[in-house]
Design a protein. Structure first.
Length: 213
């Protein structure tokens, strides 16, 4: 990455970090993927029960594997699990675990965390339940405002995740939202966390690299 582009990305990340801090979030702006992984692992106490959302970002960083190697109990939602008997139990465990890990579908430069879910356990756990929530986001998730966040989710995050999960919805083929009413529609619940919830400890780790969808 050339110096001009690196400086541009760093400015975006730092401006967003400042806005998130103004909104009450704890924020770490790291130098890259390796530091992001180390930071997240350092924030998780020994023996903590950890919930992990179906996040490409977390997998790209190898955080789940590192936690399992450390002996943590990890409740992870990854891949098509609807047919697995323990799937619902894992989703419920996200709400009561010690630490919940996730990314965000979009982060506005004003300091909003914007997410869309099909089931709702991920966005619910981000708001209330776990003692600590850690959100990891690459700079590619940063957008100027709420309208841009929704557009990003509909036309980038949702189509790519639908394709990853092999869900039979139009956007998995078209690559963009058609506001479908398909039975397997994954865009059913939208949350905007505009301030740190009063009783939930949310830490955001911003990475000046592209991560996830």
């Amino acid at each position: 990455m050339d110096d001009i582009l690196a400086s541009y990305i760093r400015n975006i990340v730092e401006r967003t970090a400042s806005a998130l801090e103004d909104r009450g979030f704890s924020v770490f702006s790291v130098s890259g993927k390796e530091e992001a992984k180390e930071k997240v692992l350092g924030l998780i106490p020994a023996g903590a029960r950890v919930g992990a959302g179906g996040s490409v970002t977390l997998r790209e960083l190898g955080i789940v594997e590192a936690l399992l190697a450390r002996g943590h109990t990890v409740y992870e939602g990854w891949g098509p699990q609807q047919s697995q008997p323990k799937d619902f139990d894992y989703r419920k465990a996200h709400l009561t675990c010690d630490v919940f890990l996730t990314s965000s579908n979009a982060v506005t430069s004003d300091g909003d965390l914007v997410n869309v879910d099909g089931v709702g356990n991920r966005v619910a756990a981000m708001i209330f339940g776990p003692e600590k929530v850690i959100v990891v986001a690459g700079y590619n998730k940063i957008v100027p405002d709420l309208d841009s966040a929704i557009q990003r989710i509909r036309n980038v995050a949702a189509p790519l995740n639908a394709k990853r999960l092999d869900i039979k919805v139009p956007c998995a083929k078209t690559g963009y939202c058609v506001d479908c009413t398909a039975p397997d529609n994954i865009c059913r619940i939208t949350t905007i966390i505009s301030r740190k919830p009063r009783r939930t400890d949310i830490t955001v780790v911003l990475v000046p690299e592209s991560l996830g969808y």
